[in-house]
Design a protein around this ligand. Sequence first.
Ligand code: BDR
Ligand code: CA
Length: 310
Amino acid sequence: MPTPIILDCDPGHDDVFALWLAAGNPEIDLRGVTTVSGNGYLEHTTHNARVALTVAGVHDVPVAAGASGPLKRTLTPASWIHGENALGGPELPEPTVPLDPRSAVELMADLLEASPEPVTLVPTGPLTNVATFLEQKPHLREKVREIIWMGGSTGRGNVGAYPEFNAWVDPEAADLVVRSGLPVTMVGLNISHQALITEPVVERIAAVGNRTGAFGVELLRFFCSTYDAVESMPEGPLHDPITVAIAIDRAVATVQRCHVDVETQGEFTAGATCVDLHDMLGREPNVDVALTLDVDRFWQLVTDAVAQLD
Ligand code: BDR
Ligand code: CA
């Protein structure tokens, strides 16, 4: 039976590929999409999620908008990577996928309540919606099978020496989620920087020959151009779909279970994930930290999913 998931995202170029992987892979039952502010303001990320599903011809998945800002902080969208509308590059078609009138938290709650089996939450942005859901709907915790999150890092950051963007936008939300007691897998920069968008990868996606692939290539070209400009990485890392790939097949990544804290105070380190890989603290492990990626398998999953869409 396919794994039921709710994808909570802030599209964002790599979020779009996470959406497409979830919609196009037969092992995943994409029950709902919720949006959060992060890469862009909520109006942009919500619009972009609807655009991504429209391009792919996915009209049967509800899309609901969530938090317009972090729990306690002011949002700084990642326009330096994703552009002013959070999805720079291609001309965006007017979405035909409607916006569900419910909030992200209400849609999550309705989907979990209606589901006979627990559902996996896959957040690929700041954890504001997920944290709010856990706070507001504690009775539905047992309906959450696990949380597979793109965020954090075992080492370097991308908005400072240590903090990664999704954790940095809303450290208080990330702190709440890693301390929730629910099974959490962290897909951080240490693994996402293994998913590099090389020229052969772009050519394989172009060779699919459908509308989604052509749109995807425009996204990848823009994303790599900003990664080149900002981080001197002309082969940018396609972070977010690794979460969905793990939901499809855990063998795509190795993980190490260990204790993780999220720094919410530091002057230079707010949003840093302190990953105790060597058990220096002797504290209870709370996170499965993804370490190494089966790169070929990952790109095969992404390419195959794009080929299933319009
Ligand atoms: C994360 O931040 C965003 O820019 C990407 O969409 C990804 O979720 C990488 O740090
Ligand atoms: Ca994202």
